[in-house]
Write a protein that binds this ligand. Structure first.
Ligand SMILES: Nc1ncnc2c1ncn2[C@@H]1O[C@H](COP(=O)(O)OP(=O)(O)OP(=O)(O)O)[C@@H](O)[C@H]1O
Length: 357
């Protein structure tokens, strides 16, 4: 299987809606997905992720810009000639064909010899444990099984690029988790380049080498799941991925690797990433699990507990600090001191947990 990189250069898509108005669905998207990489387009409904994927597949013509598979510009190549296959949310299996015939269909169209088709389909069935369902009709399979057949049908074509359009949305929560693992396992095993569209952040975080966060047709940030979570570039990214607390402040001192930030009543220290100057008004992002709560007398920075809820695996707090309610999560609270509503606590912000945007 010769997998390919995918490059988007200044790609835009403008639609004209029913009222003859322009809709800028995708604006100036630049992106490189390396060979064998699993990249996820993530963002809220309407951010342009499906349109981007459909342009890669060739289902949607691009308005301006270029798309490359490897070195080849595919702008003018029709979808059926592009070296990619798409797995859809709706499975899109042929209801009148058996599982075997569904998976063999694309190879038949390609006019491969019968024996080769049988060998390839059998191989993919073996990899995916689908052999026992070979002679069944799609209607005799569960949703999860149907989606696995749809995945087998895409993989058997040995495409240069594999595309996924929210493939797990129709499955129940437990099956979604299993399928995530299965897709990722197969993608790694085959070393195939994959582009995956979802609005589910945990899906994106758990599967991807690279996450591309989109908002209003533009890319907000590209990074590994860790980078996106720990070092969001914008407020939008911080807010969209996980739970984020925001603290306003002003830079009071800059050293080679640290920032000192003056808040209303205290000075906090953060690790410096990027260029900042003294007096810059900034906002810090801090995740709920990164804030430590200590007894009142243990530190200088004080807050008041306004909510304290036992959630089993965690104790979730809201702590009022400088007029803002911070979300604080303590994992594995067994054996930890539980603070009650109304108590004054000390807040500790480890410097690596404060990220300045
Ligand atoms: N054929 C079309 N004609 C007009 N506008 C369109 C068309 N297709 C998409 N749009 C608009 O383009 C924007 C981006 O749509 P797109 O489907 O790419 O978003 P999305 O992020 O995939 O959202 P969702 O998760 O809801 O599918 C939206 O404002 C949408 O209404």
């Amino acid at each position: 299987m010769s997998t390919k990189s995918v490059t988007l250069k200044s790609v835009t898509k403008t639609f004209i809606d029913d009222q003859n108005k322009f809709v800028h669905a995708v604006s100036d998207v630049n992106l490189v997905i390396k060979q064998g990489e699993f990249a996820t387009l993530l963002g809220p409904s309407g951010c342009g992720k499906t349109t981007t994927l459909r342009m890669v597949a060739g289902f949607e013509e691009i308005s301006t810009g270029d798309i490359f598979f490897g070195e080849e510009n595919v702008n003018k190549i029709s979808p059926n000639k592009r070296d990619c296959t798409m797995v859809f949310q709706s499975y899109a299996l042929f209801p009148h064909m058996t599982v075997f015939e569904n998976v063999a269909y694309g190879l038949k169209i390609k006019k491969l010899p019968k024996e080769e088709i049988e060998r390839k389909v059998d191989d993919i069935f073996a990899i995916m444990n689908l052999t026992e369902h070979k002679t069944r009709m799609p209607s005799q399979l569960s949703g999860g099984q149907q989606q696995r057949v749809a995945l087998a049908r895409a993989l058997v074509m040995e495409p240069g690029v594999l595309l996924f359009d929210e493939p797990l949305s129709n499955l129940d929560a437990k099956l979604r988790l299993l399928m995530r693992d299965e897709i990722r396992r197969l993608q790694k095993r085959l070393g195939i380049t994959a582009i995956y569209v979802t609005h589910d952040q945990s899906e994106a975080m758990s599967m991807s080498d690279k996450v591309i966060v989109m908002n209003k047709g533009k890319i907000e940030q590209i990074g590994t799941p860790q980078e996106i979570y720990q070092r969001p570039k914008t407020k939008f990214v911080a807010d969209f991925i996980g739970t984020a607390n925001f603290i306003n402040g002003k830079i009071s001192k800059v050293t080679e690797d640290e920032l000192f930030i003056q808040t209303e009543d205290s000075v906090l220290k953060a690790i410096r990433h990027g260029d900042f100057s003294v007096d810059d008004a900034i906002q810090m992002v801090v995740r709920p699990e990164a804030i430590h709560l200590l007894e009142e007398e243990s530190g200088e920075i004080k807050g008041k507990v306004v909510k304290s809820v036992f959630m089993g695996q965690t104790q979730d707090y809201e702590v009022e600090y400088n007029g803002v309610n911070l979300q604080v999560t303590v994992h594995n609270p067994m054996g930890e001191r539980i603070y009650q509503v109304g108590e004054i606590v000390s807040l500790h912000f480890p410097r690596e947990s404060l990220h300045v945007i």
